[in-house]
Write a protein that binds this ligand. Sequence first.
Ligand SMILES: Cc1ncc(COP(=O)(O)O)c(C=O)c1O
Length: 375
Amino acid sequence: MTPEPFDAFRYAHDRHDQVAWLSQNTNHLVPPEVVRSALDEAIRARRYEGYPLGSGDPELLALVQQDLGLDGTVPCLTSGGTESLYMVARALLHDGDEVVASDPSYLIIHRFIELSGARPVCLDIYRPPYRLTSEAIAEAIGPKTRMLLLIDPLNPLGSGYPRDEVRAIAELAHDHRLLLLNDITYRDFSDGHALAATFAPEETVTIWSVSKNCGLAGMRLGGLLARPELQRSIARYNTNDLGVNVLAQVAARAALRTKASWIGEVVRTTRANDRRIADVVRGIDGARVLVSPSRANMTVIDIAATGVAPERLQEELLRRHGVFVRAGTYLSRTYGPRFVRVSFSNPPADIERFARAFPEALAALRAGAPAPPAR
Ligand SMILES: Cc1ncc(COP(=O)(O)O)c(C=O)c1O
């Protein structure tokens, strides 16, 4: 019998209290008291017994608007930004449409694009400046182009867009009458971040999330924002007629109410962790960080020159060291076999574990260490 392939997520979830979780760009730095008392109170009041207000808690909706500084439309709440991305693809893309996107990218969006019969046209960004440019996009626009995908900052590279580039890309969308999908999941980690909607309000659909900035990934709350008519046409695909998770809304409201008081420290620790990881990688022959500093809470480490396969490194780090990073294959078919992605909105102790484990694991695999024993 062939052994079952190693399931890293299953393994890590089984041991979640022992694992340094550097694999999903989650945020483990928000002070827990920020949401704890709000959740305690909602649970005591058994808010989960009833449905929430279908359109969403009014204060939460106002806080999201305020946070983004985009007024006009009331945001649509969905189960994570992911569901909004799905709705946008279903509602706005059709057979034969093309979407200008990148490689590497957050490929789940590409899957949604393909489900709608459209095709992502992926521009290579595994080279400086490690992001799309308005020139490259302009060249890629053709008669079938319907949408531009602007993920800013970018998963997995951690790169981001200067304000002038966002403006130039927004102008392209406007001039060519294209939709602009602006995924700003990691916005709070990026100094001077610019929203595409400020430059192309007609064309832009903004996808926001509280998963990463507010440390609420498990709550599954995010949403979208677009001009009213466009948002209505997307919302036809909203399955949350009865609202999204009531406890998630309570937690997000508590986090957004207080965000200004703690986000600075979260970002400072994230940046310090980023520098520590870059230092560690700099000392390893054959490994390199591509984008430093990151504008998000993650970075890509290219290990192609070490000859070690990212999946082997992922498994070695997880099983022998309790450090969970992510092999690149789910983020790029072309470049995935070259890299691992590491996220770092974590307590510095997790980063120190990485600092010890990463060189050791790579050295062991280079020396031909056998695969860790089966569970
Ligand atoms: C670029 C990007 N968009 C969206 C998401 C999904 O966010 P959510 O947890 O809000 O569904 C992620 C998650 O990693 C992401 O990296």
